[in-house]
Design a protein around this ligand. Structure first.
Ligand SMILES: [Cu+2]
Length: 139
């Protein structure tokens, strides 16, 4: 009996140590005053052996939640909508100010609160992520 319980304990430890196949870290929204949209930022980590793309996002805190790409050409900054963002097998992609980001139009959120976002993936699954709401300075 004693030997069996040791084996079970070891098996549980190895499961707990395994990373999730697709992980989101450091998720936050930059909440701006008035009707300005809130930018959403995070790092996506793909621990699986296959590429996975983020294909959409939605949240009850946003009237519309899109994936955007900021670019700067000749001093003119602009944003384009993206259909998908690939996260390579074993790699990571960062959504950050000035780069790829989420754009939340019609934002209903309070600084200091956490809002749920559902990210849909190309493999048919979805990840629920709590985004921390910060102010204009990112604090
Ligand atoms: Cu944008």
């Amino acid at each position: 009996m004693k030997r069996l319980s040791v084996v079970v304990l070891l098996a549980m430890t190895s499961v707990a140590a395994q990373a999730a196949p697709f992980d989101i870290n450091g998720a936050w929204f930059r909440s701006l005053p008035g009707k300005l949209p809130a930018g959403g930022y995070f790092t996506a980590q793909n621990n699986s052996r296959r590429d996975v793309a983020i294909t959409g996002a939605r949240s009850e805190a946003c009237g519309l939640l899109m994936i955007h790409q900021s670019s700067n050409k000749g001093g003119m900054s602009s944003m384009a909508m993206l259909e998908r963002v690939n996260v390579p097998a074993g790699g990571q992609v960062t959504f950050a100010p000035g780069g790829t980001h989420l754009m939340c139009e019609g934002a209903k959120m309070k600084i200091g609160a956490k809002v749920p976002v559902l990210l849909t993936l190309s493999n048919g699954t979805a990840v629920a992520v709590a985004f921390e709401v910060k102010g204009a300075t990112g604090k």
